[in-house]
Design a protein around this ligand. Sequence first.
Ligand code: BDP
Length: 722
Amino acid sequence: MRVKIRLILLILAGILLVGDMARAENGYELWLRYAPVTDVALKAQYQKSVKNIYFPAGSDRLKVAHDELYRGLSSMIGLSPAQKTISESELVIATIDKIGNLRKYVPDSIPAKIGTDGFLIKTITTSKKNTILLTANSDLGILYGVFNFLKLFQINSSLAALNIAEYPKTMFRVLDHWDNPTRTVERGYAGFSIWNWHKLPGYIDPRYIDYARANASVGINGSVINNVNANTIMLTPAYLAKIKALADVFRLYGIKIYLSVKFSSPVELGGLKTADPLDEDVKAWWKAKVDEIYRYIPDFGGFLVKANSEGQPGPQTYGRTHADGANMLGKALAPHHGIVMWRAFVYDDKVPDDRAKQAYNEFKPFDGKFDANVIIQVKNGAIDFQPREPFHPLFGALPNTSVMLELQLTQEYLGFSTHLVYEAPLFKECLNADTYTAGPNSTVEHILEGRYNPKLITGMAGVANIGTDINWCGHPFAQANWYSFGRLAWNPGLSATKIADDWLRMTFTNDHHFIEPMKREMLQSRENTVNYMTPLGLHHIMGANGHYGPGPWTDNTGRADWTAVYYHKADTNGVGFDRTRTGSNALAQYSPQVQKYFEDLSTCPDEYLLWFHHLSWNYRMRSGKTLWDEMVEHYYRGADSVKHMQLVWNLMEKYIDHDRFTQVKELMAIQHDEAIWWRDACVLYFQTFSRKPIPDNFEKPLHNLAYYRSLRIPNIPGQGIN
Ligand code: BDP
């Protein structure tokens, strides 16, 4: 008896602790914390709405959905609904073919509208009672619907009069892991690769399941599990057996596995003399390899290929074209319904033209020449995931070719995992850009959704920021970038504000004293970083070694297009890359409206000024200031804004758990130091050309330029060993 009482007391204490805001949080649960609903009235309303439930058993995937629902509800409202018949239930969850009489409340247009992956959550009001119906055409639609239903509780939304019909606007929503078989992660700043190759296939790390849950919760349906700088070991039988074990886990969550492949695999692995895509033996080798992969993984997604880029082999190595290479792989995959994601990130220092022009030059002539299961993966900008880039001119330039967007979630150029940078505004900048390629309002978003050519396949890829760190992403706020990528891949029309709002509520608290100020800081954070790193259109001025810290003086890396001076072109006359007709004329790759907009100094936004123009240090900016003064001001404003963010964060202590509060506080201090490092190094460096003073109202740099240039930082993370 006494033992029993003690046990009850212990459980009670546990419940109180869990209910307490002070519960220990390490970030592992991401946005799926399912924190108890603290508003008493709301909790009672929630409990009433889901008291009895109809959720017929079926596939393993439905079981996953069912378990997630119960996990969420018992954690958030302390209730495990009783299973009842349809008529007795407040909540009915079943595919459309299993909802009996409720079918008459589903508008006829809905099944076609929501398609295979979408769902409907609808309140059905009859004279007798309200029923919430969650239905879909497929079990995967039900799973997505369950995560979205749980989100309503997580963000404290009302359950009254629901009518949510959602479906994904793009088909392939994939994370690209730049993970090596050694478990290092190229440009990874959150520990090692989560794929434990040594213990696979025997040991299934629970992380694989939580990874899949997190992805499914935002609609991500694919995972390219290895680095684009691919190691051929991934195609060996031993590794295929390991990959199969991962695929078996992911399948339940609707996630397909893809592999990055090295174009020379037939030579390196198959012992052939060539990897020429038109060679019959090469074709046969790939066909046999693909057939073998599908014997392990019947729903394998396909390949991602980095070819003829940064030293990687490709069809051009054999005098063939991108289309020859991509279509050869496409033909091997097509019988199994696999796809090829062929990257447009190609440039070569042997080609004398502006690096920003090379991808367009190489791909534009092949529009319409790619097979139906080939999709060209294009980075948001033409250089390389810089803090700010204008949209890539290939968007809209390939109307007869499937094109997907590649974004970088890992913060290679955005302060690694110590800087708080919410990337959704960056993603949206690209999505909202108007290409004018199909008339006004032909935005990147519309192009990606396939609006102009319904025959094309569509997608979005995000280079993952995930590693073995307990909180997955290194910085608690970096989780928001994984989250927002998924949300935007599902619906590119969502706003960065709405996504930040949802994420903050799910990840931290629903308290508006926290939500409102932190939402403002998140939305401002990317601009802050642009300001202290690369204001006014500057780009590629980071340190050459590991891309860490400032390095605008970098001028000797063995190839010009890996230096900084190639991009900023600073001299005593001025600064900036002339990409107008007097310079590289990269602007000619855009439609005439866009070209004119960027070329004309009266319309070119300050944000892109030095991307497209080389201007004198005395150039008069819109503000009336000289270019030099404006640049200095941006650098100082950027560093100051981090200080401001720190002040705001310090006021947040009482609203969230101690552990994450402290972690963010410490990371912000590092960010502030690094913002000043960037500011001082860049201002001092550019000052050697402008020969103008730093205005008196700004504090003087901490050190001289020689000091910043002399810094050598060992062991910079993210330099994967393949
Ligand atoms: C650059 C990275 C490099 C990648 C390359 C790519 O520095 O590590 O391999 O992009 O996307 O951003 O292929």
